[in-house]
Design a protein around this ligand. Sequence first.
Ligand code: PLP
Length: 385
Amino acid sequence: MISYGKQTITQSDIDSVIEVLKSDWLTQGPAVELFENNLKTYFEAEHCCAVSNGTAALHLTGLALGWQAGDIVITSPITFLSSVNCIVYAGATPDFVDIDPVSYTIDSNQLEEKVKAYREEGKNVKAIIGVDFAGHPCEWKALRQIADRYELQLVNDNCHALGAEYFGNKQYAVKYADVVIQSYHPVKHITTGEGGAVLTNNLEIDSKVRCLRTHGMTKDLRQIEKNSSPWYYEMHTLGYNYRITDFQCALGSSQLMKLDQFVKKRCEIAIRYNEEFEGNQLLIIPNVSSTVSHAFHLYPLQIDFQKISLNKIDLFREFEKLNIKLQVHYIPVHTQPYYMEKFDFQWGDYPIAEEYYEKVISLPMYPSLSTSDIEYIVEKINAFE
Ligand SMILES: *Cc1c(COP(=O)(O)O)cnc(C)c1O
């Protein structure tokens, strides 16, 4: 079965994990700090805290940024549930702005209008979470301007875009956003099995995230005023166990060395798909803005189902029979029953996102996808009429 995403693990990855398994530290050891340092170097971040998964990274980000009841945090409806759930974890109120029809990322013009309207009503808009959907960076310059103009916190859910470029810069994420979060789930660009990280240039945010990662406790003597006994620790805030293990981090460091190579392979596959689909009037290939280099976590292909004989469900069944497991990224989050019931969102609220959802499928996209598999997929897609 060919799936939409898959990890690429080589012998050097396996060797680096085995080395840690034979060492003294399975967790809270030196491989964690080494991975954090490697991430800091690659993404040019002053601080990095590796955690158990991307969702944990988002959760701790919201807490470290002080989101609370009455705060409004705005994101895109075309994202994974976690980008929105983290707002609710903090007790804040989620809201959305529709996607830009070209980049499929949050529409910065509509965003500014929404923020302005909220401010005029005296409501407390606190933060924006931009999602670099599919591997296409958001319009970060515009988002930064809006964040500065209205004094908002700016978060980058960067899970899809490791290795992407914005104005020729691979280190754009930390440059524009106050906090950047990543995931290293096996379908993402690099993997640690489960894993994630919070990257930032802000020391205070990093310290808070670090403390929350381990139960909210601190052993930092500068923070402990009264007692200096060696066994002493103090808890000032309610934290979690969101740690990542040393063997996961060893895998992460080994994978990170191959990130550029993985992204290059993904781009080659995308070019191949583009060439094959460009002439097909029934299809819309993913747009790429001239200011970015896409990292192709996903290859979202839009199909005009009005014009072909199959509907989307039938197409999925057909492909399943052909041993190709397609996916859809994503069901717009505002249409999830939880969000409709609890926050009163409705179908029709974000028409561009909804139309995109009607049409889009994710084709298989991962570095080890073979040329013959690509040809097979292309042939089956182009056979629709
Ligand atoms: C994968 C992903 C997450 C969550 O990461 P996990 O490591 O699976 O918890 C959050 N946001 C986006 C956009 C993702 O793709």
